[in-house]
Design a protein around this ligand. Sequence first.
Ligand SMILES: *[C@@H]1O[C@H](CO)[C@@H](O)[C@H](O)[C@H]1NC(C)=O
Ligand SMILES: *[C@@H]1O[C@H](CO)[C@@H](O)[C@H](O)[C@H]1NC(C)=O
Length: 473
Amino acid sequence: MGERGKHLYSFNFKYKPLLKYAHYFRHSLYSYLFISIWFLLLFFFWFSSSTTTRVDSSLLHSGGGGSSTRVQVKVKNKKCDGSLFVYVYNMPAKFNVDLLQDCRHLNMYTDMCPHVANCGLGQAIDINVNGKSSTSSWYATHQFIAEMIFHARVENHPCRTWEPEKATLFYVPFYGGLHASSKFREADLVERDRLALEMVEYLRQQPWWQRKQGRDHFLALGRTAWDFMRTKEGQDFGANCLLNLPEVKNMSVLTVERHPWEGHNQHGIPYPSYLHPSTSLELVRWQDKMRRAERPHLFSFVGAPRTGVQKAAIRDEILRQCSSSQECYLLKCERGASKCHNPSDVLKVMTKSQFCLQAPGDSFTRRSTFDSVLAGCIPVFFSSHTAYTQYAWYLPQEKSEYSVYFPEEDRGAIIEEALRKIPKEKVEKMRSTVISLIPRLTYMHPNATTTHFQFKDAVDIALEQLSKHINSN
Ligand SMILES: *[C@@H]1O[C@H](CO)[C@@H](O)[C@H](O)[C@H]1NC(C)=O
Ligand SMILES: *[C@@H]1O[C@H](CO)[C@@H](O)[C@H](O)[C@H]1NC(C)=O
């Protein structure tokens, strides 16, 4: 509606003075003029919206120094190409939307009510980066909410089919992550596992399950695999048994963090970040802005010290190096309301940095990795399980094309020195690769009409790759 609405508005506005003098004209001449202008405009709108939208990027960056590279976006009608058809199970509501009714108690640290709003995108926010504010398409999206966004996206996907006999993929929209976090403190293991067991019982009764024993079925989970793989040995940190169930082992499981050694049927999907655009143009504008962003800080770190002995070692070392370097911007996360939970503050740091340190947190992966890519900041990893063994569907195979790696063994490394040694041209090439990854790591707005979206987003890639994977097995 945006562009079109503006044209109509300016048309009405300009026309008013003419109307004022209408009585000077003969009525017929007036009607003739009116109708022909109307047709001209109609033709213009139809023509311009159905072919190519040209954007002069100097308009998008007033104050951008007047350089005017032209950004062209071909608006193609994205239809299903027929390579896959996904059927969405219409499950009893207790497996998904009913869980949201008690949104206050879905997570023991946070009231999830604001976060489950807007199909999981959360609350719309005003992002202010580089002194310019932008309201559309930005949300304070919770890091563990991918399953809701995925659900909403698949429901509106052009390759969704309502005929199971036609389907090549069967999506089981179970909000397993939200359910798991609501039961982390449940001491009764039978109760903690109950819904997962009911879910597989439901599936076993479906005729389409029996056809391939679930090989073409999949789950999408917004939390890490560790939360669903309780072990008999070891400490109980609240996990349930979902991913250990034999039925689920026959399915594919999409998760923000797969188990690096045992997750044979698990595939990494991106953590959601804050941008959920409805049009390709919004993405192209953002990418362009990130290419031009000035990055005065060589590197930055957004994070908190951890108390777990193993993790604390590497984190403490990173914190120490960052705070003692003139070239590092440290955004320290404190308990409670802190800047490092405010999307604007996080992005402000990252868009001003060339490299963003990604130390493992409570688990190997971090949402911050995806925030950093969105901000055009080259990620620096300290474990191969933070990204390399996780997101094979999404990231280039050659890790040095888009990231810097300090192996775990290499504790003595001086980060600043190593980063400073990378030649400028190499840094620019890496950044350009990082920025080119933004679309595929983004969850587009679930209500976006695919007509206005030329890129493949995180969900498109997941369906495509999953389909290939299942067909080759
Ligand atoms: C998408 O559109 C539907 C129907 O108009 C609406 O109920 C829903 O809230 C919208 N979703 C988002 C995320 O805005
Ligand atoms: C898993 O699949 C195999 C065949 O691929 C089948 O024999 C087995 O019964 C399935 N397990 C369950 C629990 O459905």
